[in-house]
Each structure stands twice: as structure tokens, then as C-alpha cells.
Design a protein around this ligand. Sequence first.
Ligand SMILES: *Cc1c(COP(=O)(O)O)cnc(C)c1O
Length: 387
Amino acid sequence: MKGRTLLMIPGPIEFEPDVLQAMGQATISHVAADFCEVFGRALERMREVFLCPGGQPFVVAGSGTLAMDMAVANLVEPGDRALVVNTGYFSDRFAAILERYGAQVSHVRAPVGGAPGADEVEAALQQGDYALVTVTHVDTSTGVLADVQGIAALARRYGALCVADGVCATAGEECRQQEWGVDVYLTASQKAIGVPPGLALLVAGPLAIDAWRARQSPVANYYADFANWLPIMEAYEARRASYFATPAVNLVSALDVSLGHILAEGLEARFRRHRRIGDACKAGIAALGLGQVAAPAVAAHTMTAPYYPEGVGPELLKAVLGAGAILAGGLQPEIKTRYFRIGHMGAVSAGDLLATLGAIEQGLAAVGYRFEPGAGVAAAQRELLKP
Ligand SMILES: *Cc1c(COP(=O)(O)O)cnc(C)c1O
């Protein structure tokens, strides 16, 4: 036994070996010419991966929550109205951040596992003069996939900026930031982008930059202020060093490597691979007789959130770990103890998924659940083998 375990949670994920090698290199100076080249190229690649050729990328040391904080701090002024399209725990976090910066927040919600319909979002937009709409592309608490394209179009029609949290989606779920009119699309390094935790990543479109420039009040967060970061991003992209706060040198090198892999695979192929693996996981879980939190019409492709079988709880995850796969427990408060989460994004392969379903079957057997051995693996394999 090699003692290998597969990290199959919704971030951090399994990383490519050369991404990890970049993390382990001797750290170079943040003003070295070599680093200017790496950082500059990473910024150019961000635009390509976000499908936003006219956008301004920001790469800042921090986690996904900082990316959310940065979007809101720069775009919201006290008293602004903001609409949160709420699909779970991370949508609630957007609301908390918006309120912290003085926004008046309204929600449009669906029952747990659902997503609000376009008609409900539009009805809410008709009620008030909103400056901003937030949407969580994949809410990692529920595995619900939101219609970012439709919501961005509605926000644009009603004169509001659209900020989309792509932390569990970017470079896994389809998003065409520029074409869809998403004003800010943001993520964290450790999810489908495929880099260890530590970077907040966002791309701001021209309307977002204009709105920031037109602010009446100062940005109430010193570290997150675009005014501090924009000149730095522009300098590195021009292959010049500039200092505001020390960049996470090794993480930026690793990001450059991972973005290179993503572009080499091609975004269309990558979106397809995530759809295929996501569908296979859902088919496997269903064949084992387990329910899922997200309704099929709004289920994400980067993760799956199955309910535990009747009478089974988190002890299942321990048994699955014993069989070689690390899964995550529940997060959405109303149902937290009743379900678990499987991440399948980034470098994930069909083999990783089959191994994970095999480990889940081992775990289910260990906790005394009755099922047809191999049923989950077979259903997933059938899905993977579809032409
Ligand atoms: C993980 C996640 C976050 C938070 O990111 P951190 O890096 O943990 O701060 C925010 N939104 C979504 C959708 C996430 O999946």
C-alpha cells in the first residue's frame, strides 16, 4: 500500500505535479525579471481562462473570500441597493459582506437545492433601483448551479452590475464572462483553477472599473482597494516590477503553470470534461439509491452533494476515507448533518471518479447499507463511455 488518498472535496483539490513543483522551487525576488515574466504571463492567461479579453485581472494573496470582499468593497457605496440571488451558504456570505460595506441587501431565494427562476429575479429587479446583483455560480454548500448568463443579462437590462462568485466553478463550469456581460467574475486558487490555497483571483470588466472610478466615497478596505492593485497588475503585465504588498511569489508561479494546463486542454474541452464527470458522478450516486441536494435541472458539474442513506451519518465519511477517498461533510445549516459533498473539478480524471465511487461503495458496505456492489461504479462507467 502506498498510503495514497484521493482528495475529492470541493476545494482544495488534487493538483498537477508540476504545479506543486512550482510551489517547491526556491523563492525568487518579487522584483526579479524572471518573476515579472511569470506574473505578466499569468495575468494574460487569466483573461483567456475567464474568456474576458477586455477585462482587468487581479491576482492578490488571500482566499476566495477576499476576492468576494474585494469586488464588493470596490463596487458598493453605503446606501446602495444590492440583490443577492441566493442558492446557499456562500450567497449568504455575499450578503454579509455587502451589509458590512453599507449596502441595503434584498434576497431572492429558492428552497434548499433549488435556484430562483429568471422571472423571480426579474420581479425583484423591477421592485428597486439596484446597483449590484450577486450570484453564486456553484454554491458549494448545495451543489446548485446558477444561471449566470441569464442573471447577468437581467442585471444589465436593469442597470445593475453583476458580480458572480465562481469559486467552485471558474475553469470547470462554462462561463463566458465578456460575452455574458458578467462585470466581475471571481474565484480562489484552490478550486477548479488547480493551485494550492492562497490566491484571490478576479477579472473586472470595463463597467465595473468605470463604476469604481465614479465612486463618491473612498473604498473602505485598504488592502482590497483597486487603487492599490491596478497599477501593480498593469506594471507586471508590462513586465515591470512594482510594489504595493509582496505578491505570493510561489503561488503566482504555480498559477501560471496551472493556467497553462487549462489553456492547453482548451476551455471547451474542459467544460465538456467537467460535464461528463459530473453527470457520471450523479448517475453513480443515484444508482446507489442516494438522493441529492441539488435538483437535477440545477445540479453543478464540479461537485455533487448526496444525502446519507436513512440511519447513516458522518461515520460514512470515515469509512470512505479508510477506502482511500477524502470527502467533505455538509455545510448548509438546515441540512448540515444529513448530507455530504464530493468535489470533482480541475485535474480530476474518469479514473479518479471511479475510484471515489468504489471507495463510497466500500464505505456504504462498512456502515451496513445494503446495495448491489458495483452498481454505482457501473452506472458512472456507462455515463463515461457514452459517445
Ligand atoms: C470555497 C468557496 C468560497 C470561499 O473561498 P475561500 O477560499 O474558502 O475563502 C466562496 N464561494 C464559493 C462558491 C466557494 O466554493
